[in-house]
Ligand binder design. Structure first.
Ligand SMILES: NC(=O)c1ccc[n+]([C@@H]2O[C@H](COP(=O)([O-])OP(=O)(O)OC[C@H]3O[C@@H](n4cnc5c(N)ncnc54)[C@H](OP(=O)(O)O)[C@@H]3O)[C@@H](O)[C@H]2O)c1
Length: 356
């Protein structure tokens, strides 16, 4: 028996039947993703079979890892293949269901993809799951208490094992992961120094999020400012960028410090760029523990992490910001904000409104 959510949906054609816009991978980019990387196809939404549910995409998360997924390189998941719908996580709403676990109107999180609709049988490797019923905005469940917040949470507490009184430096500090990392550092009782790409972002970090210092890496004297901001050296580096920034942070690492190696965004568009290479001599001299991690490593602890983050967000101990781009059609262009520094906090595309 099929149940349906009433109301006119985006992605509906003149005859009332649903159509699905999909961005499919057309070409693997040499450097940046551009208009030639994806092609837009419009296909009918198939009728549901028993055991399936139809999910309309509401919020699509844009992530630096999108650039990794379109590259044919060794990575933590299979690359997206040419012709496949671009992979993307996000929040959707069930519009019709012939599956006992999905009810029309229900909000779910999972692999929505760069498309309007998804037919699910609930058996994906990373399956859709109900969004927790908690008192925070859906945008925050897609970011600060979603995958990027969880990356910050497990990176800070499980990988870096941050302790009160330590000094932590985080790069890409005004982004989705970095802005949460720094606030977790303050909650823990640490000195937190952020590195970000504009004075405005730095002011947000210190004045609103409570970072002890924030340094604009585009300013001529940023290295001296990082020295001044870390008088006792650095105990934990939460690394999101790599390249010259990571290299200089490494020169300030203390004996037996830790590096939570979360991302290397400066090299994603050009892995051969010499500027992104980092020497690890200091890792040896200072007996540093460098640990790379991928959030999927912590899948079985997501519920615990989500509830912690939701608690801090709802108490105002973690402040959040999202940069929301309207319309699926803008996703291929918007994703480059991540590489140009256009976003503050979590970058999302609103593909459709959530229906009450
Ligand atoms: N390991 C995992 O499981 C995992 C999960 C999620 C994310 N990550 C990684 O975490 C990092 C941050 O991801 P996010 O989702 O939170 O993105 P984000 O920080 O919201 O956005 C990326 C930011 O990086 C900065 N950036 C871009 N290119 C740069 C460069 N060449 N040099 C310095 N800064 C640069 C930009 O800010 P500025 O204005 O400051 O330049 C940009 O806003 C990425 O490396 C990502 O791959 C890893």
């Amino acid at each position: 028996m099929s149940q349906a959510l009433n109301g006119i949906q985006p992605g509906t054609n003149a005859s009332g039947s649903r159509t699905n816009r999909q961005f499919r991978l057309k070409n693997r980019p040499e450097t940046r993703m551009d208009a030639d990387t994806f092609e837009l196809a419009t296909v009918p939404v198939p009728a549901l079979k028993e055991g399936q549910a139809l999910i309309r995409t509401c919020l699509l998360s844009l992530d630096p890892t999108n650039r990794i997924w379109v590259a044919d390189v060794d990575q933590y998941m299979p690359p997206v293949q040419i012709g496949e719908v671009m992979r993307g996580l996000g929040i959707g709403q069930v519009v019709e269901s012939k599956h006992p676990n999905f009810q029309p109107g229900q909000l779910v999180t999972g692999p929505v993809g760069w498309q309007d609709y998804n037919v699910t049988d609930g058996k994906e490797d990373w399956p859709f799951s109900p969004l927790p019923q908690v008192p925070i905005a859906p945008e925050d469940l897609a970011g600060a208490a979603g995958m990027t917040g969880l990356t910050a949470y497990f990176g800070v507490f499980e990988v870096a094992k941050l302790k009160a009184g330590e000094t932590m430096v985080v790069s890409a500090a005004a982004g989705a992961v970095g802005s949460i990392v720094g606030q977790l550092g303050k909650i823990t009782g640490c000195r937190v120094v952020g590195i970000a790409g504009s004075d405005e972002k730095c002011r947000w970090l210190t004045d609103e999020l409570g970072f002890d210092a924030a340094i604009n890496y585009k300013s001529a004297d940023w290295k001296q400012r990082l020295i001044d901001a870390t008088p006792n050296g650095i105990d934990v580096n939460f690394e999101n960028v790599g390249g010259e920034i990571m290299q200089f942070v490494f020169s300030r690492l203390n004996l037996r410090s830790r590096v939570a190696l979360c991302g290397l965004i400066s090299s994603y568009n050009d892995a051969n760029d010499e500027k992104t290479k980092v020497s690890i001599t200091n890792v040896l001299m200072k007996r540093v523990r460098v640990e790379g991690f991928i959030i999927t490593d912590y899948f079985d602890k997501f519920a615990e992490g989500t509830m912690k983050l939701v608690g801090w967000i709802s108490q105002g101990k973690i402040k959040t910001k999202s940069t929301i781009v309207e319309g699926l059609e803008n996703a291929p262009d918007a994703v480059n904000q991540l590489f140009d520094g256009g976003n503050v906090g979590k970058l999302l595309v609103r593909v459709s409104d959530i229906q009450k």
